[in-house]
Design a protein around this ligand. Structure first.
Ligand SMILES: [Zn+2]
Length: 373
C-alpha cells in the first residue's frame, strides 16, 4: 500500500512522512478512524514507507523487495496481530495462527478498508467470539525480544486493538513504554473510546478522518464504476470508503445468490425455474446480463483452479465454500465444458442474440452436461 493509493487526507500523509524525515517516529502509534475509514490503509502505507528501500519524499516506491513483501504480508520484520478464535491452550495457538494467516493475507490485500465484520466473514468465523488473546500478547513480547531479521525497523501491527483481552493488554504495558530500539507498534482501532486507557495513554494518536464525498466518488470512478453509481455509493458511504466498497460487494453477493439458484435448478432439472430464470435474465438489461455471465464465468474458472489444487482469490466465504463443494461434485471435464458454454453465451450476447433464448439454451446445455454420466 502506498500513500498515493489512498484518496485525499494529504495533511495527515505529510504529518506522517514529516515525522520520519525529522527522525521523530513515535514507537507506539494508534491509527484511529471509524469503521470503513482509511485507518488501516494509512498505517499500512506508513509501514511500507518506513521499510521501503527506495522511498522518495512523499511515498514508498511500491516496487522494491520490501514494498513487495509487505504487500504480500511476508516481510520477516512485520508481525501481524488481529482478532482470532481463542486457542484453548498455548499448544493450539500455532495451529490457530497457521489457519488464520492465509485468510488474513487475503483480507488485507483484497479489503484493506474492511470492517471487523468483513474480516469475520473472510475468516469464516462470523459467529465466534474473536479476540486478541493473552497468547497473542505473549507472542508479541517474544517478537519484541528478538532482533530484527534484516537490521531495519521491526513493526508490530495490531489490527482491531479494541479486541485486545484486558490481561493481554496489561502484559504489553512495559514494552509499550520502553520499546527496544527500532521497534514500532502500529495499532489500528475503529473504537477508540472502548480502548483501555493504559493503551491510549502510552501511544501517539493518529486520527484518520473520514474521506470527502468527492474523494470517494473519484476513487470509485478510477475503479471503473460508472459515474452515477459511484456518486450514489459515495453519498451512502458518508466518508467511509470501506462502506462504498462493501455495497458494491453486496451487489456481487446478489449475483452469487442468483448464480447459486441457477446452478441448483440446472442440477435438479427444474425446467419451470429455468424458464422463469431466463425471462428474468432477459428483463435485466444488457449491462447486467453481461456482468452476470462474466461473474458466472469467473466462478467456474475459480472452481477449475480449486479443482487443480490452487487456491483462487477468496472473495467471500460463501463463494469459497460453494466453489469447493461444486468443483468436487462436477469434476474437471464438466466444469471445463461449462466454462466453454458460458464463454460462448457471452459471445452470442455480444452479437445481439436474443437474451432469453441464449440464457435458456445455455441452461439446457448445462443441465445436459451436469447430468451426463
Ligand atoms: Zn519500496
Amino acid at each position: 500500500m502506498q500513500f498515493s493509493e489512498i484518496p485525499g487526507l494529504s495533511a495527515l500523509k505529510s504529518q506522517l512522512t514529516g515525522a520520519f524525515k525529522k527522525g521523530k517516529v513515535a514507537h507506539a502509534q494508534l491509527f484511529s478512524g471509524i469503521s470503513g475509514s482509511a485507518a488501516f490503509p494509512m498505517a499500512l502505507a506508513y509501514a511500507t514507507y518506513l521499510l521501503c528501500q527506495n522511498r522518495n519524499d512523499d511515498d514508498s516506491c511500491g516496487s522494491c523487495a520490501n514494498c513487495t513483501r509487505i504487500q504480500k504480508s511476508i516481510h520477516p520484520d512485520v508481525h501481524w496481530y488481529f482478532p482470532k478464535i481463542s486457542a484453548s491452550d498455548s499448544g493450539k495457538y500455532d495451529k490457530v495462527v497457521a489457519e488464520a494467516l492465509p485468510r488474513w493475507r487475503s483480507f488485507m490485500t483484497e479489503s484493506p478498508y474492511g470492517s471487523f465484520d468483513d474480516w469475520a466473514l473472510v475468516y469464516g468465523q462470523e459467529n465466534k467470539n474473536l479476540q486478541l488473546s493473552r497468547e497473542d500478547s505473549r507472542q508479541i513480547l517474544k517478537n519484541v525480544s528478538m532482533r530484527s531479521v534484516e537490521g531495519g525497523y521491526k513493526i508490530i501491527f495490531i489490527w482491531g486493538a479494541e479486541f485486545m483481552h484486558p490481561s493481554g493488554a496489561n502484559a504489553l504495558l512495559k514494552v509499550l513504554e520502553e520499546p527496544p530500539e527500532k521497534t514500532i507498534y502500529l495499532m489500528v482501532t475503529f473504537a477508540y473510546d472502548s480502548l483501555l486507557q493504559t493503551i491510549t495513554s502510552r501511544s501517539q494518536l493518529v486520527n484518520v478522518p473520514p474521506n470527502q464525498l468527492e474523494e470517494i466518488h473519484n476513487y470509485l470512478v478510477e475503479k471503473n464504476i460508472g459515474d452515477e453509481q459511484a456518486m450514489q455509493l459515495a453519498k451512502i458511504s458518508q466518508g467511509r470508503i470501506g462502506v462504498g466498497l462493501r455495497l458494491l460487494q453486496s451487489e456481487d453477493d446478489m449475483a452469487y445468490q442468483q448464480f447459486r439458484d441457477w446452478m441448483l435448478a440446472c442440477w435438479n432439472r427444474d425446467l419451470t425455474s429455468l424458464v422463469h430464470g431466463s425471462e428474468e435474465f432477459s428483463k435485466s438489461g444488457k449491462a447486467n446480463q453481461r456482468s452476470f455471465l462474466t461473474y458466472s464465468t469467473s466462478l467456474i474458472r475459480n472452481s477449475l483452479l480449486k479443482f487443480a489444487g490452487n487456491q483462487p482469490p477468496i472473495i467471500n466465504a460463501e463463494e469459497d465454500t460453494f466453489i469447493g463443494k461444486y468443483s468436487q461434485k462436477l469434476g474437471f471435464e464438466k466444469l471445463q465444458s461449462m466454462y466453454e458454454l458460458l464463454n460462448e453465451a457471452l459471445l452470442h450476447l455480444e452479437r445481439n442474440s436474443n437474451p432469453r433464448i441464449t440464457h435458456l439454451n445455455l441452461s439446457l446445455a448445462i443441465v445436459k452436461k451436469i447430468n451426463a454420466s
